[in-house]
Each structure stands twice: as structure tokens, then as C-alpha cells.
Design a protein around this ligand. Structure first.
Ligand SMILES: [Zn+2]
Ligand SMILES: [Zn+2]
Length: 365
């Protein structure tokens, strides 16, 4: 089959690779009908993860048809049209039973022997198409993909929803939702969203769904700000004096909550600095290792609540799929580019360079 593989920093290619096979009775094989590039794929593209290996198949956002199932699968059936959760979870361990599936203790086969466990105390769960610190599973930017623990990883897509409407239920929609939910939004609240990539865009819509009165969208890319404006957010160009503008917009008090959908320490520091006293800071951006000059004293003095972490995709996806079905939200609005699988390497370059107003790429195998 054809797959988009990582060969090194700034080097992704379409290669012919062996078709995946069932290796465990809980596996399913899915023929991918739509896949996407996520912002976190760019970390891999840019060579920022030391545990990638040449030949790894990328991609953790995908939908498709089930074409084979292992003997232990009893929920998912051949022929089902499914959206697959981007994290892999067993559904049975202590963490999975407590809705902490992205911390699954069984899905990451190398947890317990890794630098990650040494550095963090406990290793995380597993992800599709990510580094070998997270299990090294082949991803979904391919014609076919093996889905471990398929009964809990696959969600059937209602017939009336398109692939484009369903695909983000596996990753960026739950991430945007959890980012907004972590703000504990109350009527009248003003929420500032730092970073208007796909997660930021969805966090804006989710913040309104959760009752925010105003959402202020902060970014420097005009197309992203315009998309946020279309969702009803106030656009704030971050090349200006963001702190002063946010103070002006909130009568000097500061936003009630800030969402960091950037994943850079500078944005997080600003969010902690500008949020109102007693406010909430929700961190959806991806961080690894240590963060220099983290202003813990500021957060303490202001009595802030900080919430963060890998999204619990399996916990949020069922209710979010129902919201998509009920037309409360249509996450497909973030798509700006539609390509074929063959064109993914060019699409990576375009997305990385933020060229052509690129916010979200989807690809058809
Ligand atoms: Zn992602
Ligand atoms: Zn588990």
C-alpha cells in the first residue's frame, strides 16, 4: 500500500510499504477514506522528537471502513464506517476505567523501559503515527491502518455525517472542547484564546457553546484571525500590545480565562500575566520536558487555576459526535485544503510554512 512516511527532519515521502495485518485478536484493519495533518505532526516533521525512526508512517487523524476484525472484537464489525480515536487505549486498565484513556497503562508497549518514564516518573499512553516514546504505532496517512483495541478506538459514524464532519471527533474537536471546558465558563465570561490554529478555532466555538459571552482570538496570521472572526470572536493581532488590548477590552480586570492553544512558553507566560485574579488558564498547546522561567509566583499570587494535559479523547468523543449530528457544531469549517495522499509531502511543506492561508489539510487516499 501507499503511505506517508517520515524519513528525517523535513523529509516525508509517499512510499510503498507492506499492508498492515491483524496481529492481536482485539485489532481491526481500517481502509482509510480521509486523513489529515495535525499541528503536532509538524513537531515530527521539524525533527523535534528524538524517538522517530526513518520509515515511520505518520498520521493520527483518520476515518475509514473496517475491512477486517480480530476474533475478540465484538462491537466493531467489517463494513462499519468509523472515526478512530488518535490515542490508543485498552479500555480495561485503571486509567481507562477512570476516563483517563490517554494515560492507558497497557497500550504503550515500551512504557516502563523508556527515557520518558525516567524523566516523567510515569510514561504516557500510546498514539497513532507518533514517536516511539508513544508506542511507535503506524499512523493513518496511508491506505490502510491497523487499529489496536478496535472496540474502544473505533466509533461508528452516523450515515448522515460526511467524513469531513466526523474526522475531527478523533482529535482536534475533543482537544478544543476540553480546552474550553477547563475554563469553567460562567455566563458573562470573557475568554481569551491564544493561537488560532485548528484547536484554537474549535476552542473558540466550544467556548461559545459552553456559554462564554465574549471570546477574544489572538494570532498574527490574518486568515486565522478572519476565521475566528467568522465564529464571532473579537480579533486581536498579537503583533500589537496584547496585554494592553486585553486590559482595555476587559475594563482593566483581565479575561476570566485564557486558553493557550499555541504551546510556546511566551504565550503561556502572557496568559498567566494577563488573566484576571482568580482566573483560569487552560493549556491545550503541547509541551515536552521543562519550561524555562515559568512564572509560578504570578500564578500563586493571583490565585489562578491551571489545567492542562493530553485530551481524554475516548471520554469526550461520543457526546461530541452527538453534538455534530445535532448540528450544534460542524468542525469541518477549519478545513482550508483538500489534497490526495500523494500530495501530502507538499502539503506538509505548505502547512509548515503557513503558506496559502493553510489552516487544516485533509487528504484522500
Ligand atoms: Zn493531533
Ligand atoms: Zn488502558
Amino acid at each position: 500500500m501507499k503511505a506517508c512516511v517520515w524519513r528525517g527532519k523535513h523529509d516525508v515521502r509517499i512510499d510503498d510499504v507492506p499492508d498492515p495485518a491483524l496481529v492481536n485478536p482485539h485489532d481491526a484493519i481500517v481502509r482509510v477514506t480521509l486523513t489529515a495533518i495535525c499541528g503536532s505532526d509538524l513537531h515530527l516533521y521539524n525533527g523535534l522528537d528524538p524517538a522517530m525512526k526513518s520509515g515511520d508512517i505518520l498520521g493520527h487523524e483518520f476515518v475509514g471502513r473496517v475491512v477486517a476484525t480480530g476474533t475478540a472484537c465484538d462491537k466493531v464489525k467489517v463494513g462499519d464506517r468509523v472515526v478512530v480515536m488518535c490515542s490508543i487505549a485498552c479500555g480495561r486498565c485503571w486509567f481507562c476505567r477512570h476516563d483517563l484513556t490517554s494515560a492507558c497503562d497497557n497500550a504503550n508497549p515500551i512504557a516502563g523501559h523508556t527515557a520518558l518514564e525516567l524523566a516523567y516518573g510515569h510514561a504516557g499512553g500510546a498514539l497513532f503515527g507518533s514517536s516511539h516514546l508513544y508506542g511507535g504505532y503506524a499512523g493513518g496517512q496511508a491506505e490502510y491502518v491497523r487499529v489496536p483495541f478496535a472496540d474502544i478506538g473505533c466509533m461508528a459514524i452516523p450515515a448522515e455525517l460526511s467524513d469531513e464532519q466526523a474526522i475531527f471527533v478523533g482529535d482536534v474537536l475533543p482537544t478544543g472542547w476540553m480546552a474550553a471546558e477547563s475554563c469553567d465558563i460562567e455566563p458573562g465570561d470573557t475568554i481569551a484564546v491564544f493561537g488560532c490554529g485548528p484547536v484554537g478555532q474549535l476552542a473558540i466555538r466550544c467556548a461559545f457553546l459552553l456559554g462564554a459571552e465574549r471570546v477574544i482570538a489572538i494570532d498574527s496570521v490574518p486568515e486565522r484571525l478572519a476565521m475566528a472572526g467568522d465564529s464571532g470572536a473579537i480579533e486581536l493581532d498579537d503583533r500589537g500590545d496584547v496585554v494592553r488590548r486585553l486590559d482595555e477590552l476587559t475594563g482593566g480586570r483581565g479575561p476570566d480565562a485564557c486558553i493557550d492553544a499555541v504551546g510556546r512558553a511566551s504565550a503561556l507566560r502572557t496568559a498567566i500575566y494577563v488573566v484576571r485574579k482568580g482566573g483560569r488558564v487552560s493549556i491545550a498547546g503541547v509541551y515536552a520536558g521543562v519550561v524555562d522561567k515559568f512564572p509560578l509566583g504570578v500564578a500563586f499570587a493571583k490565585g489562578l487555576t491551571l489545567r492542562m494535559g493530553q485530551t481524554q479523547f475516548h471520554a469526550y468523543a461520543p457526546s461530541l459526535l452527538r453534538r455534530v449530528q445535532a448540528r450544534e457544531i460542524d468542525p469541518a469549517f477549519v478545513i482550508t485544503h483538500r489534497v490526495q495522499l500523494d500530495e501530502l509531502p507538499d502539503a506538509y511543506r505548505m502547512f509548515d510554512a503557513r503558506r496559502d492561508g493553510c489552516i487544516k489539510v485533509v487528504a484522500r487516499p
